[in-house]
Design a protein around this ligand. Structure first.
Ligand code: NAD
Length: 478
């Protein structure tokens, strides 16, 4: 497939600003390591401009009736769906994921705009009976103000879509800074919103030196709300910056998803679908299943099936239709996989599949299965965020739960069992914001997406997703 990469811009005040006269950063195709584009980096003056127009955009958009906001979001959703093939190809070029996964992601991104278009029309308040006669007490929910949103490179459509759809439905304006390594997808969403009639200044998309952009935006009194998806250390940093200005922040910071597979489970399903889940997005998925904890009686069967299914995966350029696992998104991720596997092996882990980078250009790492990984290996603590699965046995439910909950993460967790009592107990005992029982599909537009502990706080999606973009205000009137 011969696909060309779209030019990249900043989008401020409804203008598409090219890279001319600005510093740029190269965008690589991770399957070939060829530079495919240059992303313009916003200057401090660009960011000041973005802030000023976001303030004006907010004043206009919050005064736009919900039905009109809903219409714009629905039109944008339809335009994204019309353009799905093109947007997905751009995403595969810049991020590397297989084209079928990219199509699925863009389709789900469109669904968020549709879902929150409906939420826009359901932002209601309350009238609360007063304890004095003649007093009218109302609770209103209103848009919180201009939002600074930061999204990563691994899901370049769905992470901006979750934030933009809810914030815009609430009546907020947004300055979005997507990951510089996969910039065109977010611009395609912005293009759809622009074409759908979003007033100029309601959405700005900027790229830049991430730390400079976040310092300047979060420190500005114009910004009233911060939302970030990315790593725990950066989440912590942005939290501290938001706290300086007493600004609320929503954080989605990754995980180290445990899977509890009990003796009585459908082992074939848990293993084969587990492989698909673990290596989707080349493992660069925050809700991915990472540690497979298998009850002793089923361990050998599970391992055999899991390893065979892993070895059968086709790794390659995501633009080839038969590719199941693409490259890692950048050289950092490849180096990290090499380090994590070398560290685990040096400490005594066994490599049952993969274990090394693949030859040739591109950031390819073989889908890897590790067993007998000692507790002091880094991969037992750090989110691998790549194609590494850890298999380990457990004996009793309490042992499995203890290991599942051992880490400071609390994002996703999974369990496979045919026993209703076990299912109830694990769902109760797992410390995770999202839990799949007998399945790995845990994300849906109508459900809240988010975690707790160091995986962050606040949910995106579902009826909960709009709440962070609203403030409560009471009016007591005689
Ligand atoms: P990172 O946290 O440095 O970067 C993630 C995103 O945050 C990037 O798009 C980056 O542009 C942005 N970012 C970085 N520093 C920032 C700052 N000071 N202000 C504002 N935005 C900033 O992560 P990385 O080096 O790209 O990846 C390292 C690890 O982070 C991964 O291995 C993975 O564990 C984790 N991660 C998690 C997610 C997720 O979905 N939760 C996404 C990306 C990375």
């Amino acid at each position: 497939m011969n696909v060309s990469y779209d030019p990249l811009y900043l989008f401020i005040g409804g203008e598409w600003i090219s890279s001319q006269g600005r510093a740029t950063a190269p965008v690589l195709n991770p399957a070939t390591e060829v530079v495919i584009g240059q992303v313009p980096l916003a200057t401090s003056a660009d960011l000041e401009h973005a802030l000023a127009v976001a303030q004006r955009g907010f004043e206009q958009w919050r005064a736009t009736v919900p039905a009109e906001r809903a219409k714009v979001l629905k039109r944008a959703s339809a335009l994204i769906l019309e353009r799905v093939s093109h947007i997905a190809e751009q995403m595969t070029l810049e991020e590397g994921k297989p084209i079928a996964e990219a199509v699925d992601e863009v389709t789900r991104a469109a669904e968020y705009f549709e879902w929150f278009a409906e939420s826009a029309r359901r932002i209601d308040g309350r009238v609360v009976p007063a304890n004095r006669p003649g007093v009218l007490q109302m609770v209103k929910r209103q848009a919180i103000g201009p939002v600074a949103a930061f999204t990563p490179w691994n899901f370049p459509a769905i992470t901006p879509a979750r934030k933009l759809s809810a914030a815009l439905a609430a009546g907020c304006s947004v300055i979005l800074k997507p990951g510089e390594e996969s910039p065109s997808t977010a611009l395609a969403l912005a293009r759809a919103l622009d074409d759908a009639g979003l007033p100029k200044g309601v959405l700005q998309v900027v790229f830049g030196v991430p730390d400079q952009v976040s310092s300047q935006l979060i420190a500005s009194p114009i910004i009233r709300k911060v939302t970030f998806t990315g790593s725990v250390p950066i989440g912590r940093l942005l939290s501290a910056r938001a706290a300086e200005g007493v600004k609320p922040i929503t954080l989605e910071l990754g995980g180290h998803g445990p899977v509890l597979v009990f003796d009585d489970a459908d082992i074939e399903r848990a293993a084969v679908e587990g492989v698909a889940n673990r290596f989707r997005g080349t493992g660069q998925v925050c809700i991915s299943s990472t540690r497979f904890l298998i009850q002793r009686g089923a361990y050998d069967r599970f391992v055999q099936r899991f390893v065979a299914a892993t070895q059968a995966l086709r790794v390659g350029d995501g633009l080839k239709p038969d590719t199941q696992v693409g490259p890692l998104a950048n050289a950092r991720q490849l180096a990290k996989m090499e380090e994590l596997v070398a560290d685990a092996v040096a400490k005594g882990a066994q490599v049952l599949a993969g274990g090394e980078s693949l030859p040739g250009p591109g950031f390819f790492f073989a889908p890897t299965v590790l067993a007998d990984v000692p507790m002091d290996a880094r991969v037992m603590h750090e989110e691998p965020f790549g194609p590494i699965a850890i298999l380990m046995p457990f004996d009793k439910l309490a042992d499995g739960l203890r290991e599942a909950n051992r880490l400071p993460y609390g994002l996703s967790a999974y369990a496979f069992t045919r026993d209703a009592r076990t299912a109830i107990d694990v769902a109760d005992g797992l410390e995770a914001g999202m839990i799949g029982i007998n399945q790995y599909r845990i994300v849906a537009t109508e459900l809240p997406f988010g975690g707790f502990k160091e995986s962050g706080h606040g949910s995106e999606g579902g009826i909960e997703g709009i709440e962070h973009y609203l403030t409560h205000k009471f009016v007591s009137q005689i």
